[in-house]
Ligand binder design. Structure first.
Ligand SMILES: [Zn+2]
Length: 376
């Protein structure tokens, strides 16, 4: 265990890297997937079971926690780790993305964003300085700088104004964060789909100096082809020796493609949210447990999966409890989905370490093309 935040790359394969981020709360093996614990819980999962799936780090949402139960309260109760019973590292977003998505409830100025709470209509003013304060009160190990996620599509002029604002906010975030040994502050690259603007943003962030860098402004509706096009250059514009985080991504094939292009960290609500809507994500692709073809099927969801859902329950049972609206449906499918994501990350790390990423990715796509097991 270290008292410092540091990143060591152990192996590379093409542009992909595998390594370890050391933090005082524990190590994060990369490429890493961070389950999303929006309101101090990964929905339908006990935190000790999230750990069992192989997760090294969780993500918490500043916007939700500042409104309920309040950052000051979490701080007074011993911090987010103690409050939610998760001892490992926690990354928090800056709140910016969720505030910006409240389109008719917010006002953007140079200072920050004024917005109305979706819970009780109360007025708040989120600034880079206040976002740093909230994330400090929560006890977040990896703090995200406050930025504007440039909407897609954006003209070159819109993207430039937005990127420049985010870079001024990045400097203010850095100044407000100060010197906190053991804690990390990440900067966020913007610039939409414009290569030169992405490079300019990367240079500005590198000059300010951060412990890690996120590629921001992607997974906002541009589609996988365009996202991969930007990832052909954007990660390489950022410092090689720091972690690179692609926010809000994604589907398993998005993650695989982004790892090939040099991304080290991911988060997405997809595995947990899908678990609550009856959708299982497997190595063979998505399987909809609502479908009545499963109702007499005694086979497990995925015969090759070692999770408790697949080892102990049939497709027929999973179909039944979902149809009946039973809570265990969300619990089992969320566990399976999070387990599958962590197996995927582990296999990617192994493939990079043994310099076999290309053949692993070919096999990944080939299995998916063969599709789900045949109905009985
Ligand atoms: Zn499973």
């Amino acid at each position: 265990m270290t008292n410092r935040f540091q990143f060591n790359i152990n192996a590379t394969d093409g542009r992909a890297r595998t390594g370890v981020i050391n933090t005082p709360k524990g190590d994060i093996r990369t490429p890493a997937f961070m389950p999303v614990g929006t309101a101090a819980t990964v929905k339908a999962m006990m935190p000790e079971n999230v750990k069992v799936t192989g997760a090294d780090i969780l993500l918490g949402n500043t916007y939700h926690l500042m409104l309920r139960p309040g950052a000051e309260r979490v701080h007074n109760l011993g911090g987010l780790h103690k409050f939610m019973n998760w001892q490992g590292p926690i990354l928090t977003d800056s709140g910016g993305y969720q505030v910006m998505s409240l389109t008719d409830l917010r006002k953007l100025t140079e200072e920050g964003v004024k917005f109305k709470s979706h819970i009780d209509g109360s007025l708040h003013n989120l600034t880079p300085e206040y976002s740093m304060e909230i994330q400090r009160l929560l006890g977040s190990d990896i703090v995200m700088s406050f930025d504007e996620c440039t909407p897609f599509p954006a003209t070159e002029k819109q993207a430039k104004l937005s990127m420049d604002l985010s870079m001024r906010w990045a400097q203010r975030s850095r100044d407000a964060f100060g010197d906190r040994p053991g804690y990390a502050l990440f900067g966020i690259q913007q610039g939409s789909t414009f290569k030169d603007m992405r490079a300019e943003s990367a240079d500005k962030l590198t000059n300010i100096g951060f412990d890690g860098y996120a590629v921001g402004g992607l997974a906002v509706g541009e589609g996988q082809d365009l996202m991969f096009e930007v990832l052909e250059y954007a990660p390489n514009q950022l410092p090689t020796d720091k972690p690179r985080y692609l926010m809000g991504v994604g589907k398993p094939d998005d993650i695989v493609g982004a790892v090939q292009r040099g991304i080290d960290m991911f988060d997405c609500v997809l595995p947990s949210r899908s678990g609550r809507t009856g959708q299982a994500l497997t190595r063979r692709g998505a399987v909809n447990m609502r479908n009545s073809r499963h109702r007499d099927d005694q086979r497990p969801l995925d015969e090759s999966c070692e999770c408790p859902c697949c080892k102990n329950y049939s497709r027929a049972y999973l179909h039944h409890v979902h149809k009946a609206g039973e809570i265990i449906s969300s619990m089992l499918l969320t566990w399976h989905n999070l387990h599958y994501y962590q197996v995927l990350m582990s296999e990617l790390r192994q493939a990079i370490a043994s310099n076999k990423l290309d053949s692993y990715v070919a096999e990944f796509h080939s299995i998916r093309e063969r599709g789900d097991i045949e109905p009985i």
